[in-house]
Design a binder for this molecule. Structure first.
Ligand code: GCB
Length: 591
């Protein structure tokens, strides 16, 4: 899937801004003919939940409506007009005037439609989008809805972040020629000092394909003809962690002597490989430092915001971090492109979080039931999960920053049925992308001698909280137990281990000279204890702290205004732990 872009043959129009907004009645999400009669306006992109001073809107379970008008640019005659929503969380339906043109389930991946038959260049038209935030056992992530005695519906779920909903990413109108480039896939390898760029292009309509690779100065580095092929670049500039060197692959669909369509794809030449217990980028051992993040900020919820985008990457750089995981869902494509340009390494995760009905990482809902049964996480969820894997790989396959796919976070992988559920999904992902290693984030309930799925993956990701959820406050015991468990994993699997979560909550400004939970010092000291263990276990090839910043969750008796495991506060001010990590990761860079 190609992200829309402006090129010599393509144009785009942003539909971001204020849209009319209303909650749906008790039913439907069915067609809304005509204008939406409402006093409310909602910003796009933004989650709607925290924008209004309304409990009813914040707690709403079901469909909401967004509507606006737009005008097709006069020049878009003789071309195709598409609409694209970068995300609608968790289900979206789109009407152009009164015609339903698109439906999509899955809250963090893009979708759209060819709307050429329904619009006319130069004319105004109405766009209505219905968005549903319900999570069930047939969705990823899963959830369940209960009806209270007074008739209100309540959403339960098994993951530890607030169920923000709405249009949290951009909406676009764009034009493409009738004969067009429909998709392109690029993979790269390195042979000595030569970079090998393999490509495959799909066109819609009969066209010859021509590709030209240019370096960062715009000089031609190679070219090829044909829908698939290879360009060899001698003395290639490599894409490296900390150095996001990008070539530009100009793709042309040619009809006769005319260029019918042009698309320019950034390409980073790099290789990724797991060899024994090592994770290699460009043949060199790589140690991940950084965070699990969230798309989360005050008021916007999960709304994409370029100021937070730039600021968060600045803070990663300030920390000396080289990577992050898109916990626990695919992030906005702008984030992936920024990582490409700035040499930040990404572990790209599907939205499959909370596949664990007995609690585990999810504090907002526990049904204390078996996870993989015909009435809980079963065929419906597995089909939705497969769809999310397909769409994620289709969207992000060309990003050099993405070095590994994470197929799930903290599933109940020790429970019966886990193996049957995951094995086909791992196979599917490998078929779709044989070029990248696969990983998952393992839950503490499924240690090395109980996990049913670890052997399916190339890299084992571990989320551990000794000293916090396990034996809270006792760091000496925590350090010993943590080390013993990691030695167990190392002995049982000849695979790299990446610590994908470790950390403690701390309330910014709370201090003590003693080992006291929730203080900034305890958070810092707990990280330091974990680092001593990491440094003593050769199989550990990375550490990503949970979390980059404090974030909103469903608030119960164990969460005060959200999860406070941030090394930064929600408004991105550093806690004491930030300085410890900064010293460690910056000095690791200098080695
Ligand atoms: C976990 C989850 C993460 C939670 C975290 C916590 O294991 O993966 O989503 O936020 O624990 O702080 O409890």
């Amino acid at each position: 899937m190609l992200k829309p872009q402006v090129s010599a043959t393509r144009e785009m129009l942003s539909l971001d801004g204020l849209w009319r907004f209303a909650l749906d009645g008790p039913d439907t999400g069915e067609a809304w003919a005509g204008p939406l009669d409402t006093p409310l306006e909602a910003p796009v992109p933004a989650s709607y939940n925290d924008v209004f001073a309304s409990q009813e809107i914040r707690d709403h379970v079901g469909w909401v409506w967004y509507q606006r008008t737009a005008r097709v640019p006069r020049g878009w005659d003789g071309v195709k007009t598409f609409i694209r929503l970068d995300a609608a969380t968790h289900e979206g339906r789109v009407w152009i005037n009164d015609t339903l043109v698109a439906e999509h389930v899955g809250g963090y991946l893009p979708f759209g439609a060819d709307i050429t038959p329904y619009v006319t260049a130069g004319d105004e038209f109405r766009i209505t989008v219905a968005v549903n935030n319900e999570l069930t056992f047939d969705t990823i992530p899963p959830g369940f809805i209960t009806t209270l005695p007074d008739g209100r519906r309540k959403q339960g779920y098994f993951h530890d972040f607030y169920n923000y909903a709405g249009l949290a990413r951009s909406v676009w109108l764009y034009s493409v020629p009738f004969v067009r480039i429909a998709d392109a896939t690029v993979t790269t390898t390195i042979s000595g000092t030569t970079g090998v760029v393999s490509y495959a292009v799909e066109t819609e309509g009969e066209a010859a394909v021509r590709v030209t690779l240019r370096d960062a100065q715009g000089e031609i580095a190679g070219f090829a003809d044909g829908a698939s092929g290879e360009i060899r670049v001698r003395h290639a500039h490599l894409w490296k962690p900390g150095h996001g060197y990008l070539y530009q692959l100009g793709i042309e669909a040619v009809v006769g002597d005319e260029v019918a369509d042009e698309y320019v794809l950034p390409v980073g030449v790099r290789s990724v490989e797991v060899r024994g217990r090592e994770f290699l980028i460009n043949g060199e051992p790589f140690y991940f430092t950084g965070f699990g993040k969230h798309e989360d900020s005050a008021v916007r919820g999960k709304g994409h915001d370029p100021a937070f985008l730039v600021h968060d990457f600045q803070l990663l750089e300030w920390m000396g971090a080289n990577s992050f995981r898109t916990s626990h869902y695919p992030y906005a494509e702008e984030v992936m492109e920024f990582a490409d340009r700035h040499g930040i390494v990404v572990i790209d995760e599907t939205p499959a979080v909370g596949l664990n009905l007995r609690g585990g990482g999810g504090l907002s809902g526990s049904l204390a039931k078996a996870t993989f049964t015909p009435v809980t996480v079963s065929d419906g969820a597995q089909a939705a999960h497969a769809q999310a894997i397909r769409e994620l790989i289709a969207r992000d396959k060309n990003h050099p920053s993405v070095v590994m796919w994470s197929l799930t976070n903290e599933p109940a992988s020790h429970e019966p049925g886990a193996r049957e559920y995951f094995e086909p999904l791992v196979e599917l992902a490998r078929e779709l992308d044989p070029s990248r290693p696969m990983t998952y984030a393992n839950d503490a309930l499924a240690p090395f001698d109980m996990c049913q799925i670890a052997e399916l993956f190339d890299v084992i990701g571990l989320n551990r909280y000794y000293g916090w959820y396990v034996g809270p406050g006792d760091l000496a015991t925590a350090e010993a137990a943590y080390k013993a468990e990691l030695l167990g994993w190392q002995a049982m699997y000849h695979k790299p281990l990446v610590i994908m979560e470790y950390g403690a909550d701390s309330v910014a400004g709370l201090h003590s000279v003693h080992d006291v939970l929730w203080t900034e010092e305890f958070q810092r000291d707990m990280l330091a204890a974990y680092h001593r263990v990491h440094d003593s276990i050769p199989a550990v090839v990375g550490e990503q702290v949970w979390n980059f910043a404090d974030f909103q969750t469903s608030v119960g008796i164990s969460r005060v205004d959200g999860n406070k495991k941030g090394v930064f506060t929600r408004d991105r001010r550093p806690k004491a732990a930030a300085h410890l990590l900064r010293d460690r990761w910056r000095s690791m860079r200098e080695l």
